[in-house]
Design a protein. Sequence first.
Length: 301
Amino acid sequence: MSWFYRAYDLTIESEFELEELQSCAPPGLHAAHVSIRSGSIDKTVLSALNPLHPQVSVGPGTLWLNIPGVAVYAVLDGHEVLIQPYPGADPGGIKLFLLGTCIGAILWQRGFTVLHGNAVRIGDGVMVCVGHSGAGKSTLAAEFIRRGFPVIADDVVAVDQNANAVQGIPRIKLWQESLDHFDLDNSNLTRLRSGEDKFSVKFEAVNDAARLPVKWIFVLEAGDCDYPHIEAIRAMEALPLLVEHSYRLELVSGFDLRGSHFLNCTQIASQAVVAKVIRPRSGFLLTQLYDVVTDFVEMHQ
């Protein structure tokens, strides 16, 4: 049995049910852009790949990913994900790496620039907030949802060669602490992994799935300050920050995409206003953080 979904402007046919994705009708006479299926993975493929570390090997058009106790994945040429689960593997764990690293690899292979962050639609443009894990990107995205702004991507943000953001997976991932802040009950939410207090929160996908230009990029960091504030970034600093906050950056060299990645990041940096947002290390001050960001956006329309 197969399920059909739509994400990142791609039709996806999957043998795994993925309730985080937006369902769609089968593509009719045409094959889906991406096929996700279960099956045995021939390890002889590894001889043609470069090992990044014992669990990851890459080559042009190919990613081999081994997560002990979860599954072995093979991502092929931007159109196929083959999954060999370990016996008794937690379904949540299987989906976690499928909808993260594997989807990211598919997008890289299909020519997108992939940023590690969240994308929010503001008017006719898109604001992207990037940062390292734990910076608070998803919590800030949840605040934008609460204020009525549509979030178009979480964690894995795809930007095309014209510096336009693409509608991604309509969910955000929040820790229990953030759920408590937003007074959200976790009883009807999907736990990302068994025994972990992080949950998938689904939201309504944007009906208008048009690609929109990335106009603002914020690098979210924790710092030694009492209140959130914004620090300007010189044009020459923007490009290396985009490279640094690309999703699974090691895949860029593994897939031999360094040249196109540099050009795409240059295009994004030339179009968007890039700035750092510094928040206190303790005490998130979410309302003040939201106000600082939206005030800056209004000043740089």
